[in-house]
Design a protein around this ligand. Sequence first.
Ligand SMILES: Cc1cc2nc3c(=O)[nH]c(=O)nc-3n(C[C@H](O)[C@H](O)[C@H](O)COP(=O)(O)OP(=O)(O)OC[C@H]3O[C@@H](n4cnc5c(N)ncnc54)[C@H](O)[C@@H]3O)c2cc1C
Length: 401
Amino acid sequence: MKNIAIIGGGASGMVCAIVASQNKNNTVTIYERGKRVGKKILATGNGRCNMTNIYADISRYHGEDTSFINYATDNFWVGETLDFFSELGILYKVEDEGKVYPYSDQASAVLDVLRLKLEKNGVNIVTGFEVKDIKNQGNGFLISDYNNRCQKADCVVIATGGKAAPDLGSNGSGYNILSRLGHHISNLSPSLVQIKTAGDIPKKLKGIKVNAAVTLGENQETGEVLFTDYGLSGPPVFSLSAYLDKNSKISLDIMSEYSRTDIESLLKERISKNPEILLEDFLVGVLNKRVGQVIIKDSGIYPLSRLASTLTDKEISDLADKIKHWEFEITGTMSWNNAQVTKGGAKTREFNPQTMESRLIKGLYAVGEVLDIDGDCGGFNLQWAWSSGYLAGSDLGGMNK
Ligand SMILES: Cc1cc2nc3c(=O)[nH]c(=O)nc-3n(C[C@H](O)[C@H](O)[C@H](O)COP(=O)(O)OP(=O)(O)OC[C@H]3O[C@@H](n4cnc5c(N)ncnc54)[C@H](O)[C@@H]3O)c2cc1C
């Protein structure tokens, strides 16, 4: 019989608890600092929970050594996860770019089925218990919280999440706990987050959305970009924020369906058809009016009261360049409060990829975002949480032996 303590009742912790408690000889307890488990799940996918992605593979993950996820991708990945949730009662649907959602479009459905199963399996849930420290006693662990309450366990799973979105529970405490136990933590930074840029152009266009192919270094994502008073937001920007390390510029192609040559011809044709049009109206019907005015100015063309027919070949060429490659200098990201995920975490080489057990301390496990694995936007992070939680739970339940 094993007494198992799971620290954190988020996505990974709940799945781990369900699987570990399938073995009726185990006593499984979740210690959760919040008032209830799974608060973050309710916020995922804009309240719809993008629970996984049918195209999830290693290329969508980041970390010092992403090969750490290979065992999970071979043994408990998208198909197995969907079977697991189907068993619990979730009918799912696959949307654009392989994103999977519950058919009901309710993140609460995902949380409900997990909670019901925890209850059915007899998992103890202790809420309002914020673990401060864990001592390795050689033959088990002593867990203490901020109110000096202590609990003993034979095995402990750190499922505390990362530092992103602390309002939803994960405040980074898992890193402190793990590092006091001797584990090493790589550099942490907010990811899947809005990007701050220099200059006042995004501010001038605040609130306007454009469809664009967005490029950061070698990576490109297409989708809706939102201009804000601090810089750029929207799904492609979120996704690309995972690649910020080496890049200081981000660029938008706001007419990605058209080639550079086609745009130049289109601009010339517009002038010949309507030579009297002023520059301030020149791109009306092609781009958002305000975007059109701002991009003309940013191409070095002014005043906007000029006739479009006065544009020189060089100016037309510069404008076409700008439409295809509107570059912004990156000055940083928004804070942890705005981020969806943490880049960096507990170094994976110190854990067994088949079980998530620490290689330094027997009986200690870490799952989910607290490990140095983060995924792109689109269901990849929850997939890692489910998979790592499942593998640790299987090991604790004795299913791997
Ligand atoms: C707004 C938002 C939307 C998102 N949408 C998606 C999406 O649609 N698809 C997707 O794949 N990913 C999404 N993500 C990312 C995904 O939710 C996380 O990567 C995933 O939840 C991580 O799971 P986890 O179990 O590791 O941690 P979490 O789900 O963060 O759970 C950690 C739990 O541990 C508790 N805890 C922390 N410290 C302690 C402590 N010391 N003692 C006790 N309890 C503690 C926390 O309160 C929390 O309940 C989103 C994230 C955010 C913020």
